[in-house]
Every structure is written in structure tokens, then in C-alpha cells.
Design a protein around this ligand. Structure first.
Ligand SMILES: Nc1ncnc2c1ncn2[C@@H]1O[C@H](COP(=O)(O)OP(=O)(O)OP(=O)(O)O)[C@@H](O)[C@H]1O
Ligand SMILES: [Mg+2]
Length: 710
């Protein structure tokens, strides 16, 4: 085999698996020999596709030229050449035949880089004395989770953070990515300089453990939206498409691009999460448990992909549980945590000698990864953990790294990476202008609204159903003097429906949106303001549609006065109640999870109902509680409805169904319930003020939440 072992050709053919090139001889001596002659020493399977990937493209071209010349073909047409070359094998080597046939269908990539993702300078990440403390709550003091740990993650490497559950892996990832800011002390250095979070966020991305993707969009739609957010106008549309196509192909999602993301398998979702962030070509990628919940084949696929991305110059840091021995070998470095301290930092193949050096030899036939985790779990006593932490100097020791001589001091790093290339100053965190963000968010929102079975279809259905049921129950009650009280009850029922339905829908659906928002906002897709503006704008059309269907049906069926002005007033109050209900839902949904929100939102609405003047008239509410009627938006709603139906000088009601109509004169009824009937505009304005106020409050709660979780 050639001594130039750095030359890698990742020649991919799924059935072969990960084998040294010399083993390819089974496939054909000539092929194996040629690869070895050309200095390639390893063959990999990448995502089960036929890909030719390599580190040094110049070398590959040279080699191709040779192969082509040997076949007296034009070197410029490599694709053709490879196919011809394959054809040649087809005739001679039976075993290789199936692979060669597929080659024509599959894609070959000649370039070691993603040809559409420009390469970046590697990023060296180091951290020193990092401590993370959380507040345990009132009078419970503080708890330290990470204890002055140190570490060095060189560029172009795939690093695994391992450790037992609760060791602090996710916390460390949160701290390094900058997702967690409060309670963190110590220093994180990027290429030798103190991390500037804004700059660092532009070159990094964080892929959370749970897949936070829009289930109602297809893979391709998700990718397009992400590229619009992350690339803006940097690239022309066809360049964006090319980039998307390439990423989807390499990640094995090309065939699934028209599948709804919600219907993808776990492994595919994981790859989509990675694909979405790859669009902006980040140099540093943090992944929290990318393999958890995946079968061994999908695990291998994901880790191979990460390996491939690291080979391209990216710094990849991920947390991982229980890797198999084979998978474990794929990682360059491993960082083992136990109880918030560093047990081991170094290359995967040096674990065994390291354990020997601390006199905790790994038993024969034991996976070293398993053994070190057993040690970290204190299965062999806590004194072993202390011993290892001490010998590792809590992550300061670099002796066991793959190549300690390559680890540079901060000073050396600063020299290599001058300031100008390290700090690109551009004040805005997002890649696109606020207006474009709003446009993209609206576009995405419309597609989702169209497909959403709960927020749209069910909501329209509920409105139709309720309008029909209430209409049948209170048929022609609106103009009948003997049924004024019934009609008043109907107005209250409409009021509750308008505010509660939208409120509860928002409380139930917003927390799911929120988790995606947190991820996308952290990864700089859009600003919170634009997100909120889009939520507000998108809610208008669907509310108007539902409200129109409901009010027209109920208004006609229950025989309310057929006057345009009264219908207009009735509609306006209904719509405003809908908006106010939604804003209340947003306030609760922004701050509480689904369970607490579902309990709190209706509970908080009860006082609003009490103060509406329905059960106890406004006149009878004791003076010391009268303030409640001013803060109850339901009071304005009910008063507005009553004003629209019985106020504004309504004529005498009909009295067909009973010999005596107590409330034949609407004014009598109005004085009975102590409402004036001429306060429509006052009520409408009060509702508008409530709406604006709640919306603003919900925005600040959301902002607070976004900051508080970090
Ligand atoms: N806000 C908090 N308040 C109290 N304890 C916390 C808080 N956040 C994290 N912890 C504790 O910090 C420790 C580390 O948590 P972390 O989520 O980083 O663990 P992990 O190593 O990622 O575990 P797993 O493998 O189970 O995901 C845990 O013991 C956890 O209970
Ligand atoms: Mg975790």
C-alpha cells in the first residue's frame, strides 16, 4: 500500500461497507490495485449511495486523468469516463455488475467538498474554567452543574461528548454554542480569541435533540424556506436550488423531498434537521444526541455524514450515548464527562492506554467506550472518577489528543487567524432584511394555515357546527318580546364561544410553535419582532372567515334585527372578541406549557365572566369590586352585543309567542340589566385597546421567555 496514507478516496458502494482498499480486491484485483497505486487506502459507505468523495480534489483529478488516459478517453469528461470505466469492469467482474448498473442511475460526486458549499477556515474551539450554575428557586440556593472544566476542540474534527445521563453533556453543548448565557462563567475561545457571541453564532449552528421541524411542510419546502432565510439574496434562485439539491442528495433525502416532514422517519427527520442548518454552510456544528432513538443503520448513516462534514473542515461537536465499538472509532476525539467534570479528553484509540496509565485497565473484550462510561457512572466507585479528573487536570491535559503537537496555544492561534478574518462585523444577526423575513414567514404561514387540520379546518368546522346548534336552539329569539332573556343568554353564549375557542386553540398549539421558534430564532433565521408580526397578520384572515361564517348563520337563524348597521356592530364585536381571545391565548401560550396553559387560561377567564355583568348585573356588583368590570374584556363584549341588538333606539319587539311580553320595550330590558345601550363605540374602543394591550404584553412575555430559557 502506498505510504501516502493521508490520501483518501471514499469510494462508496453500499454492500462493501467500510473496508480498506486492499480488501476491494475481492471486487476486482485491478480496481483494488489501481486505487492502492493511486494512494487511496480506504473505502467508505456514505449514506448508502454511490458517491466518490475524497479529500484532495487535485489528486483525484490527476488520478482520473491517468485512468482516462489508460482508457484513451478525454479526461475532461470524468463522468463519462467513470461510467466507461465501470462498463469495462462490468464485462469482466461479475460481482461488481450490480453496482455498475446502478452507477448510471445514481449520482457521482467528484468534488470532495460540497461543490455548492464554499469551504471555510477551520475553527478551533477551546474553553477554560467553564462553570455553569443554575438557580434552584426561591430560598433553594444555587446548583453548580459544570465545575471549572477545560477542553480543546480543534478544527476539522469530529468530537463526541460522552457521559452518563445527567453528567452535563447537553449543558456543556448549550454553553459552548452560546445557547446558555446566564449562570455561565469561564472563557470560551474561538481561534484563540474570546468568543464574540454574535460573530460566533453566524458561523455555528445548534441542532437540538428533538427534531423541531415544520411537520406540515414538505422536505423541499422546508429547505427552500431555510435557504430564503439563511441566504437571502446572496445567491441567485438557481444557485439556491442547486445547493438544496446537493445537500438533499448527499444526505439521502432527495427521494423524499416531496414527503411531508411530519411523516419522515426518525433518522430522516434528524438528517433534515442537519440539512436545514447546512444550507448556510456553518463551520461549527453542535448536535445534541443526533443518534438517540435511531436504529444502528441510521446511526451509522448519521455518524458517517458527520464524519464527512468534519473531513470538509467543519468542527463538529455532538453528544452521544452508547456508541457501538465500530461507530465509536469514527470519532476523532472524545470528551467524557461525569458529574460535570472532565474524565477524559483525547482520541478514541488512546482510551485504552490512558486507562492503563491510571491503573484502571480496560478488561479484555470490553468496548472501551462502555468501560469508560461505567467508570463515569461510578460503578467502580467515586474515587475512580476523582482519580481520572485529577489525571486529566479537568480537561486541561492534552496528552491523549490525537496529535498533541497540533494543538496550538491561544497565542499561536491568534497569529494564524488574524483579527480581520475572525471578526466579520455586520450589525444584523439575520441574513435577510426584516421585510424579507416577514415575507418569508407569511408565505410559510399561509401554506401551513391551508394545511392545518386543527387551527384551520377544525376551527371552521366548529364554527359552522356551533352556529347551527345555537341557531336551532334559539331559533327566531331575536325579535320576540317574550324571549328576550333567552336571546340575552344566546348573546352570552356567542361571547364565550368567540373568546374561548380561539384562546384555547392558541394555548394548545402555540407551545409547539414556540419550540421551533426558539431553535430557528437562535440559529438566526429571523428576528422575534418579525415572527410576532407574522403571527398577528396571519391570524386575521382565518379569524375573519370563521367569524363571518358564524355570525351570518347565527344572526339569520336566531332572527336578529335585519338592519345592516346592527349586523355590522354585531360582527365587529364578534371579531374583536376573537382577536382579544387569541391575544390572551398567546400570552398564556408564550409563557406556560400546554398542561399549565390548559388549566390556567379557562381559570383566568372565570373572573372575566363574573365581571361581565351577566350573572350579577353591573349595578349589583359591590363598589369595592367594581374595578373588575373595567378590566373585564367580556363586559365590553357583552355590552357591545346588547347595544348592537337592543340599543341604539331599537323599536318595540314583536309579541307573537306569548300573551304577555314583559320586555316588549327594549329600554325596559336594558334598564333591568343596567346597560345603557348607547355605548357601542365606547365598548368597541375598549376592546381594541384590550387587544392592542394584550398583543403587546404577549410580545414582551415571548421576548422574556426567549431570553429566560437561555
Ligand atoms: N435548570 C436546572 N435546574 C436544576 N438542575 C438542572 C437544571 N438544568 C440542568 N440541571 C441538572 O444538570 C445536570 C446535567 O443536565 P444535562 O441535561 O446537561 O445532562 P445530560 O448529560 O445531557 O443528560 P442526558 O444524557 O440524560 O441528556 C442534570 O443533573 C440536571 O438535572
Ligand atoms: Mg442531554
Amino acid at each position: 500500500m502506498s505510504s501516502t496514507s493521508q490520501k483518501h478516496l471514499n469510494f462508496v458502494a453500499e454492500p462493501m461497507g467500510d473496508k480498506p482498499v486492499s480488501d476491494l480486491a475481492g471486487v476486482g484485483d485491478v480496481l483494488g490495485k489501481r486505487l492502492v497505486e493511486a494512494g487511496f487506502d480506504k473505502a467508505y459507505t456514505v449514506l448508502g449511495q454511490y458517491l466518490v468523495l475524497k479529500k484532495d480534489s487535485e489528486l483525484f483529478k490527476e488520478w482520473m486523468k491517468e485512468v482516462c488516459q489508460a482508457n484513451s478517453k478525454q479526461a475532461s469528461d470524468c463522468y463519462q469516463c467513470l461510467n466507461d470505466w465501470c462498463d469495462e469492469y462490468k464485462s469482466t467482474i461479475q460481482l461488481y455488475e450490480s453496482e455498475c448498473t446502478s452507477v448510471e442511475k445514481e449520482r457521482w460526486l467528484f468534488d470532495p467538498q460540497f461543490s455548492n458549499l464554499p469551504s471555510r477556515d477551520p475553527i478551533d474551539l477551546q474553553f477554560k474554567d467553564v462553570t455553569y450554575t443554575v438557580n434552584m428557586g426561591f430560598r433553594k440556593g444555587r446548583k453548580e452543574i459544570l465545575h471549572q472544566i477545560n477542553g480543546k476542540f480543534p478544527g476539522s474534527q469530529l468530537t463526541a461528548i460522552m457521559g452518563p445521563s445527567g453528567a452535563g453533556k447537553s449543558t456543556l453543548l448549550d454553553v459552548l454554542s452560546g445557547y446558555r448565557k446566564t449562570g455561565v462563567t469561564g472563557n470560551v475561545y474561538v481561534n484563540g480569541r474570546n468568543r464574540n457571541l454574535d460573530t460566533f453564532r453566524k458561523m455555528s449552528c445548534y441542532i437540538t435533540q428533538d427534531d423541531r421541524i415544520h411537520a406540515l411542510l414538505t422536505v423541499l419546502e422546508n429547505m427552500r424556506i431555510a435557504s430564503d432565510f439563511k441566504l437571502g439574496n446572496q445567491l441567485k434562485p438557481h444557485e439556491k436550488e442547486a445547493r438544496i439539491e446537493e445537500i438533499l442528495t448527499v444526505l439521502g433525502l432527495y427521494e423524499h423531498q416531496m414527503t411531508m416532514s411530519g411523516r419522515l422517519s426518525g433518522g430522516q427527520k434528524k438528517r433534515l434537521s442537519i440539512a436545514l442548518e447546512l444550507i448556510s454552510n456553518p463551520t461549527v456544528m453542535f448536535l445534541d444526541e443526533p443518534t438517540t432513538g435511531l436504529d444502528s443503520h441510521s446511526c451509522t448513516q448519521v455518524v458517517n455524514l458527520l464524519r464527512f462534514l468534519a473531513n470538509q473542515g467543519r468542527t463538529i461537536i455532538c453528544t452521544i450515548h452508547q456508541p457501538s465499538a465500530k461507530l465509536f472509532q469514527e470519532f476523532d476525539e472524545v470528551y467524557v464527562l461525569a458529574q460535570g467534570k472532565c474524565l477524559y479528553q483525547g482520541s478514541t484509540d488512546k482510551i485504552v492506554p490512558y486507562l492503563q496509565s491510571v491503573e484502571l485497565p480496560c478488561p479484555m473484550y470490553h468496548n472501551p467506550a462502555d468501560y469508560i462510561i461505567e467508570l463515569a457512572c461510578a460503578e467502580y466507585g467515586t474515587d475512580k472518577i476523582d482519580l481520572m479528573v485529577r489525571s486529566m487536570e479537568n480537561g486541561e491535559c492534552i496528552r491523549w489528543l490525537k496529535d498533541p503537537s497540533l494543538v496550538m496555544s491561544l497565542e499561536e492561534l491568534r497569529k494564524i487567524y488574524p483579527l480581520s478574518t475572525n471578526a466579520k462585523d455586520d450589525s444584523s444577526l439575520e441574513a435577510t432584511s426584516p421585510l424579507s423575513q416577514l415575507k418569508i414567514l407569511m408565505k410559510r404561514g399561509f401554506v401551513k394555515t391551508k394545511r392545518d387540520t386543527t387551527l384551520t379546518h377544525l376551527r371552521i368546522g366548529v364554527n359552522v357546527f356551533l352556529a347551527l346548534v345555537l341557531g336551532c336552539l334559539f331559533v327566531k329569539a331575536g325579535n320576540e318580546g317574550s324571549r328576550v332573556v333567552d336571546n340575552y343568554n344566546l348573546l352570552f353564549a356567542i361571547l364565550i364561544h368567540q373568546s374561548m375557542t380561539t384562546m384555547m386553540l392558541t394555548v394548545l398549539t402555540f407551545p409547539t410553535e414556540l419550540s421551533i421558534l426558539l431553535k430557528e430564532h437562535f440559529n438566526r433565521w429571523y428576528s422575534l419582532k418579525m415572527y410576532y408580526a407574522s403571527v398577528t397578520l396571519l391570524s386575521i384572515p382565518i379569524s375573519v372567515v370563521c367569524c363571518t361564517i358564524f355570525t351570518i348563520t347565527i344572526y339569520i337563524m336566531s332572527g336578529q334585527p335585519m338592519e345592516w348597521s346592527r349586523f355590522g356592530m354585531f360582527f365587529a364585536i364578534s371579531l374583536m372578541m376573537d382577536f382579544v381571545g387569541q391575544s390572551t391565548g398567546l400570552m398564556v401560550g408564550a409563557w406556560f406549557d400546554v398542561v399549565n396553559g390548559t388549566f390556567l387560561a379557562p381559570t383566568l377567564s372565570i373572573p372575566m365572566m363574573m365581571f361581565a355583568g351577566f350573572g350579577v348585573t353591573l349595578r349589583d356588583i359591590p363598589n369595592y369590586l367594581r374595578w373588575g368590570t373595567y378590566i373585564s374584556y367580556m363586559r365590553y363584549g357583552l355590552e357591545g352585543y346588547v347595544g348592537a341588538i337592543y340599543g341604539e333606539g331599537r323599536a318595540t319587539l314583536e309579541c307573537d309567542e306569548a300573551p304577555y311580553c314583559h320586555y316588549r320595550y327594549p329600554s325596559k330590558f336594558l334598564s333591568e340589566i343596567s346597560m345603557r345601550g348607547d355605548q357601542f363605540w365606547y365598548d368597541l374602543n375598549a376592546l381594541i385597546i384590550n387587544f392592542v394591550f394584550f398583543r403587546i404584553c404577549a410580545y414582551f412575555l415571548l421576548r422574556w421567555k426567549v431570553i429566560a430559557v437561555r
